[in-house]
Design a protein around this ligand. Sequence first.
Ligand SMILES: NC(=O)C1=CN([C@@H]2O[C@H](COP(=O)(O)OP(=O)(O)OC[C@H]3O[C@@H](n4cnc5c(N)ncnc54)[C@H](OP(=O)(O)O)[C@@H]3O)[C@@H](O)[C@H]2O)C=CC1
Ligand SMILES: O=C1O[C@H](COP(=O)(O)O)[C@@H](O)[C@H](O)[C@H]1O
Length: 503
Amino acid sequence: MESSTFVLFGATGDLAKRKIYPALYNLFLDGKISTPLSVIGLGRRELSNEAFQAQVLNSLQTFSRKPAEDSEKLRTFIQAFEYTVLDVGRPEDYVKLLGHVKAREEDLGIPENRMFYLSVGPEFFGEIAANINSSGLGSTKGWKRLVIEKPFGTDLASARVLNESLSAAFKEEEIFRIDHFLGKPMVQNLEVLKYSNPVLRALWKNRYIANVQITASETVGVEERAGYYDKSGALRDMFQNHMLQLLMMTAMQLPKGSTPEDVSNKKRYVMESLRPLIKDDLTRDVVLGQYAAGEIKGNPVPGYLDEPGIDSSSRNETYIAARLWIEDPMWNEVPIYIRTGKRMKEKSTRIVIEFKEPLNDYNNLNKGNTDPNLLIIDISPNEAITLQLNTKDPLRTGKLEPVRINYQLGNPEIPESYENLIYDALRGDSTFFAHWDEVELSWQWVQPIQEAMEAGVLPLHSYAAGSHGPAAAAELLGDDHWWLDENEEPEAQEIQSVPAGVL
Ligand SMILES: NC(=O)C1=CN([C@@H]2O[C@H](COP(=O)(O)OP(=O)(O)OC[C@H]3O[C@@H](n4cnc5c(N)ncnc54)[C@H](OP(=O)(O)O)[C@@H]3O)[C@@H](O)[C@H]2O)C=CC1
Ligand SMILES: O=C1O[C@H](COP(=O)(O)O)[C@@H](O)[C@H](O)[C@H]1O
């Protein structure tokens, strides 16, 4: 991999401190970044290089997975960072930035490879891309790449406008749209799991799969992000991007040796095959919820409407569950259940594949009550693969009983999501990024939900903080039920204690 200049817009912001600097540092320590390294941080506030470097050091000491103790390596890393004042709306600042980038390229003997990482508000994305183009920053003899954070638009129309403005300055293959769920090691493991195991490969089809459940539950509430979250809600914040990306990764079929373009095509195919939502059936397929006061791990927490910065009459959803169908010979008749919510009982991102019931019980031991086989893929915070099988009870009750075979990753050496993604972007590998077609089709699919929410025709169910979500989300599954962690209370018991009213 050739050296490049990492130009970071929003270098004084929260994401840069918590994720980007630690990721760069860990990549540097792992020898995954070409040296000499050059990072130019940008922001409106005045900072000397030394003050900026002190901020970077502080971020590493607070957030890095590897220790940032005084060492020659740490000093070399920190000295790679320089700072320039830039206001995104001032074209002259980009010209000054070009001078800075070129001077460093010459000083360090780095080829004109430039990665522009936009860790700023999405309202600036289009303007920055245009200014990179017009200032000459984008006219390089090497490669240029644009890395952008979420959110990518707030609906189909705004996403299309944003994409057009980016496309005027960068080609699609130069745009790397971060979806940090795609950087999670277990998500990156999905393809290998499906295709390197003949057992799973043979079963990964509707003949054997009863349903698929994709859950991202969080115990945190709105935190300090009321301004953003009260406009975004669970649909825009999690469902349209992370949850649908997990669905694509689960359902796509990828031949060995696929290129990033093949991946993008396969993911697009999944989205194109999703049965569109019908306005009149929405209440049957989608459940929205908002948390009421409750308890998280024994501590009382306020309801959403009492959170600081939230309008007391807000109808914003903090929970969404949906039933989806992929109209494709491999997935026909397999319901896919997706749910995500804040202030739930546990923090867990997980995919559960429920296999079809055996046609007949072995020797009729359980008389139709045999548990199904499950494949449970824990993505975070736990990273694990669990297979639930049936065995004969060794205590000779004569019954079959389910047992779980479990493999936990849990190795501190495993790179964090941003490390994986920044490494891939530096290598020019867009496999684990959101491509435009996927983003567009995702917005298209959720559009009927957005319209129904705007028209106020979708009920908003209340659920107690610390529960598994609204009771209506259990009904969405009909005869199926959500699978929980082995140690948790069964869903049915929890659901009974949840206020089932409609707000
Ligand atoms: N924080 C997080 O955990 C996550 C953030 N994101 C996304 O990442 C992006 C950045 O988020 P975050 O770091 O939290 O935001 P912050 O508000 O913490 O930081 C914003 C950054 O943008 C800079 N900035 C703001 N206005 C301008 C301007 N006019 N010209 C130049 N620089 C400007 C600020 O620097 P200064 O004030 O010096 O100008 C600051 O460095 C957003 O798109 C967000 O949605 C995505 C996932 C998670
Ligand atoms: O993008 C987001 O993701 C986080 C959850 O991510 P995780 O890696 O902690 O599982 C979510 O809290 C946040 O609201 C959302 O913007």
